[in-house]
Design a protein around this ligand. Sequence first.
Ligand code: HEC
Ligand code: HEC
Ligand code: HEC
Ligand code: HEC
Ligand code: HEC
Ligand code: HEC
Ligand code: HEC
Ligand code: HEC
Length: 423
Amino acid sequence: MTKLRCIVLALMLTFIFAYAASAEDACVACHQKISPGQVKDWQVSKHSKEDVTCSTCHGEKHTTAEDAKLATMPDESVCGECHEQQFEQFSKGKHNHGWTSLNAMPVTHVEPDELMEGGRGCGGCHNMGIKSEAQKKEQREKGYRYQTNSCDECHTRHSFSKKEALNPRACQQCHMGYDHPQWEMWSSSKHGTRYLTQEVGDLPEGAAAPKCQDCHMPDGNHENRTAWGFLGVRLPLPEDAQWAADQVTILKALGVLNPETGEPTARLDAVKAVDLARLTEEAWSTEREKMIKTCSKCHSGTYAREQLSMGDKIMQKADRLMADAIQIVANLYKDGIIKKPADYAFAYPDFLYFMRTGGSNIEHMSHIDQVLFEMYMKHRMRTYQAFFHVNPDYAYWYGWAMMTKDLGEIKELAQTMRATHQK
Ligand code: HEC
Ligand code: HEC
Ligand code: HEC
Ligand code: HEC
Ligand code: HEC
Ligand code: HEC
Ligand code: HEC
Ligand code: HEC
């Protein structure tokens, strides 16, 4: 290369970089005044050191204070352009179904919109998953502009830190509370106690202290799934005949089996589409074996297997109570003591309407239905989730004991309803 050509090339490059930098400086310079906290956050991120700038993610169309609406909100595919592996893994896992499974629930369409699209209530946690074009269009038409990205749920914007996502607190916002208190169970278990004491320096560094990510995102894998899943049902049914019958009763209350014929309903397809339950023996045991491999990093394989199969057994016993309770309420529907709400497919309890607390324009659920729902969604969940997360108190007092109390209440209520029913 001649000396002259070198100088020309150097000048060109300088020009290009200066141009790029000035476009970037404009975003940063103005936003330093508009939203300084955001700029600082970006500055501490790895992105700022790697020329991943405001306009990389938000585009270059918005340049003045008046045209902010021209900025685009980056969806997951924007992150996926540079982080293909995490994007691919995420798109195969359960988190990718968060938004779709929320919208597959009848309850979603009878509760206030702010609790769905508004980033609080159901939508605050179920803003997980790559939205389809149709879903994005619906969101925009309703007037909601944000909540388009799920990658910022564990490594929050704009620092996008790996270390933050590795802290179990990154899961806490969503995996807590009423029907999935994994944070509470784990943080007060032996596993969590070890992690938390290690954090303040009271357990030597390097001592074993498993956290959510160790068991659910081993090797940083963004594809997450468990054997039983959330609802604690599966197909094929368990081998034990009584347990299989009890799971069928639960599946009827979930509306995926017709309560009269036992045949699959259209809802089963919706359940399949969002991977709500493992549908083959192989799908179930693949996840179970993966988990046992993880436990075996610190425990003996036999020990781990025994601990997890105890979780299955308590679920079997919980399902016995659950099926009894469903049957009592189902009989009230059958005998016309509870009237079938107009939008129910069957005269049978329907768990997918949740508590049905919504607006004044919808029919309220009977009190006994609400007790039954709580027995399933809160107390049955706690009973078996606590076994898997090794929490003594949740397994008994918050789980099993409450289920027996619910069953007692349901029996009592049913008796009164029958006695006071006006023909
Ligand atoms: C001259 C000042 C200015 C410049 C230059 C500027 N912005 Fe903005 N930006 C604003 C103002 C003002 C808002 C609106 C803030 C509000 O709504 O409170 C905004 C809003 C935004 C929003 C949020 C949009 C929304 O709907 O909430 C994004 C994203 C954004 N800017 C990114 C950028 C990017 C990327 C660049 C560079 C390409 C840039 N900005 C350049 C002033 C500026
Ligand atoms: C233009 C490419 C590009 C885009 C687009 C991009 N990133 Fe990055 N990202 C990078 C580079 C480069 C790094 C630094 C890699 C390194 O240091 O190993 C990085 C690092 C990261 C890290 C690790 C930070 C750490 O603490 O180690 C996370 C998390 C991350 N990005 C998330 C995201 C998310 C979420 C999005 C979308 C909202 C996104 N990235 C968009 C290029 C990109
Ligand atoms: C913004 C909320 C949110 C955050 C943060 C979050 N999750 Fe989730 N998670 C969900 C939702 C919603 C689902 C259910 C998705 C669906 O509808 O299928 C879920 C499902 C799961 C499942 C699958 C359970 C099954 O059905 O088999 C696992 C495992 C899981 N999350 C682990 C984690 C871990 C570990 C973290 C932290 C690193 C985390 N999640 C952070 C909302 C969240
Ligand atoms: C605090 C966060 C949070 C709120 C609020 C929330 N969910 Fe969830 N939801 C989750 C998490 C986390 C899971 C996965 C739990 C598990 O696997 O144990 C989940 C699971 C589900 C599932 C099962 C998904 C599957 O594939 O297993 C459905 C359906 C669902 N939620 C619907 C709703 C509806 C409807 C609402 C509002 C009435 C709601 N959720 C409110 C966090 C939340
Ligand atoms: C790696 C990608 C990435 C980069 C770089 C980035 N952003 Fe964002 N930004 C996002 C994501 C993701 C959201 C959330 C979008 C959503 O959920 O709808 C967001 C949201 C916003 C919002 C609207 C929501 C809020 O919290 O106010 C503003 C304003 C914004 N960004 C400004 C900026 C500015 C200014 C810069 C540069 C200093 C910047 N962004 C750099 C990814 C990025
Ligand atoms: C020591 C390993 C371990 C740790 C730590 C752990 N889990 Fe789990 N988790 C399990 C096992 C085992 C299951 C049940 C797997 C099955 O169905 O076979 C499970 C199940 C789940 C499920 C599905 C529903 C349920 O509870 O049964 C979610 C969601 C979940 N865990 C989230 C979390 C979150 C969030 C944390 C941290 C607060 C966490 N887990 C900590 C082992 C762990
Ligand atoms: C459920 C929480 C969660 C969600 C959602 C999530 N991540 Fe992560 N991410 C993590 C955790 C935890 C790590 C650290 C994994 C490890 O190193 O063990 C991580 C690490 C990363 C890294 C750094 C990889 C490395 O080793 O340098 C990138 C890049 C990344 N995630 C991108 C993404 C993208 C893109 C999305 C959306 C498609 C996403 N993440 C969604 C939890 C999450
Ligand atoms: C990273 C290492 C590690 C992993 C992985 C791990 N554990 Fe543990 N576990 C421990 C340690 C350490 C203790 C505390 C031992 C003690 O109580 O002295 C413990 C305690 C327990 C206990 C309570 C024992 C008691 O005496 O109170 C049970 C049950 C248990 N683990 C089951 C499991 C299961 C099931 C898995 C897999 C889903 C698992 N563990 C994964 C390290 C681990």
